[in-house]
Design a protein around this ligand. Structure first.
Ligand SMILES: Cc1cc2nc3c(=O)[nH]c(=O)nc-3n(C[C@H](O)[C@H](O)[C@H](O)COP(=O)(O)OP(=O)(O)OC[C@H]3O[C@@H](n4cnc5c(N)ncnc54)[C@H](O)[C@@H]3O)c2cc1C
Length: 447
């Protein structure tokens, strides 16, 4: 095997950073040989996870394995190699009147990464996570076997691979179901929410709306806690919008050219940002017609926005609480964050539906994602949040984790033994391992 130099590698939040070898491949044969030659490795797509789930000394880098295999426009089924990005897929399917039935908040993730994290979008409460729309996939196991998995064939493996964080093998390709769209616009209703109760009432009243998401001002206190903006969306039908409705905005793209100094993220900066956001809701409920990029991928317009957080990087803390504990739980968590004085830059709330595979993150309830710049005291504060989340029956998203303890992980994911039984069968030597899986004890045998 060639002698590859090590590179400094980090995922989207720039923490942790490690020296690793990135092994690339272009064909299935090369993938088989590569996997055979490595004793320990983890697949990595576009590194858009936050944390260490795709970090290890030897990384199997998939983005060069990116061919379209088949598109059946009539049946709305697409088959691709797993290193293809959702961006490449969308560029091909949108002009044909098709869209992804589930999409995360960025186009820059690979198909394999979307399946391995079983990513969710703003419609999880109705349409589930990405895996629900995967018809079948080919898995290259650590033993070198290629297994065809679906709900009908090797179903147990199929469910475990969706959300399995690359720990059962390398996803080579997948067939996914697409959805038809009649336009590239969304009919969006934005409703200002006075406080958390109001916000949650809005989610529940509009539970039948396809897309819903809320921005929440976690700096607000007392009766105002949880004021924010609630946003609903439906795909526009053809002819539903007139040219008057379409106040076409210039497409913009901003690049953050270098790491910003850490002081940018102080409390004054956070307040200014939150006030700016809140101004949007001052005029009461409003209808607008953003295009697909503006509605689903607003952050993609600010290239390298992760550099805002400076060289030290940041942590995204995303948890879900069961519905019955969500109101009280969110209040407790907010009180804890405010008392600590370590404030998140952004807080995004979504409603989730039922769980799918054993390691899949969503469960019926509310999920909150919080971005924290890395600073002294953050780790202790988040450890206390972990306890609150787990005491309330919640869990933390593996794709956003760089620090959870083994104990908290086991409490949050009670179906772990089902997953480990499969890992024992498919990967008894723990060939597939990441820094995260070792920290969480996600392995066939103890290290
Ligand atoms: C701006 C932004 C917005 C986001 N919004 C959302 C959101 O709304 N909802 C959501 O759920 N997530 C969201 N995410 C997280 C992101 O969707 C997931 O982390 C996704 O898994 C990243 O895909 P990737 O290709 O970059 O994979 P990586 O980050 O490289 O890897 C993620 C995991 O997938 C595994 N993996 C990758 N490829 C393969 C393969 N071929 N076979 C087996 N395993 C593989 C890796 O081992 C790792 O465990 C967001 C991220 C960003 C940066």
């Amino acid at each position: 095997m060639e002698n590859l130099p090590e590179l400094l590698v980090a995922n989207w939040n720039n923490y942790p950073r490690i020296n690793a070898r990135l092994w690339e491949f272009r064909t299935e044969n090369q993938a088989v040989k590569l996997l055979d030659s490595l004793s320990r490795c983890i697949p990595r797509g576009l590194g858009r996870s936050y944390g260490d789930c795709s970090l290890e000394k030897n990384i199997i880098s998939t983005p060069d394995f990116k061919r379209f295999i088949a598109l059946d426009q009539k049946q709305e089924i697409l088959e691709c190699e797993a290193g293809i990005s959702l961006d490449q897929i969308l560029r091909t399917i949108i002009p044909r009147g098709l869209f992804l039935p589930v999409t995360p908040g960025t186009r820059h993730v690979t198909l394999g990464g979307a399946i391995a994290s079983d990513v969710h979008g703003k419609n999880h409460h109705l349409h589930g996570a990405f895996g629900r729309h995967v018809l079948s996939l080919l898995l290259l196991t650590p033993g070198g076997e290629v297994i065809d998995c679906s709900r009908e064939k090797n179903a147990e493996i199929f469910y475990a691979v969706c959300g399995g964080m690359g720990l059962l093998g390398l996803i080579l390709s997948a067939r996914i179901r697409l959805m038809p769209i009649q336009s590239t616009y969304i009919s969006q209703l934005t409703i200002p929410a006075e406080n958390l109760d109001h916000l949650m009432d809005l989610f529940e009243t509009h539970e039948q709306s396809t897309y819903s998401v809320a921005w929440l001002d976690l700096l607000s206190r007392g009766r105002n806690f949880g004021h924010g903006l609630f946003m609903l969306g439906e795909h526009c039908l053809s002819g539903e919008i007139t040219s008057k409705d379409l106040r076409r905005r210039e497409k913009f793209g901003i690049n953050i050219p270098f790491f910003m100094p850490g002081w940018i993220m102080n409390e004054h900066g956070l307040r200014a940002f939150n006030n700016l956001y809140h101004l949007r809701g001052k005029s009461g409920p409003g209808r607008s017609f953003p295009d697909l990029d503006d509605f689903f991928y607003p952050l993609d317009k600010v290239h390298n926005w992760n550099r805002f957080y400076g060289r030290k990087g940041f942590l995204q803390y995303q948890f879900v609480l069961p519905k019955e504990h969500s109101r009280l739980g969110l209040e407790k968590i907010q009180a804890h964050i405010q008392a600590s004085g370590i404030l998140p830059f952004l807080a995004v709330l979504k409603l989730l539906g039922p769980q799918a595979g054993p390691l899949s993150f969503p469960l019926q309830g509310y999920t909150l994602a919080l971005d924290f710049p890395i600073k002294p005291g953050l780790s202790a504060m988040l450890s206390a949040l972990d306890r609150l989340v787990h005491n309330l029956g919640g869990r933390i998203y593996l794709a956003k984790d760089a620090r959870m303890s083994k104990l908290d992980f086991r409490r949050g994911y009670p179906e772990i033994s089902r997953f480990l039984e499969l890992k024992n069968k498919l990967d008894p030597k723990n060939k597939m391992a990441s820094l995260q899986s070792k920290r969480l004890g996600l392995c066939a045998k103890p290290y």
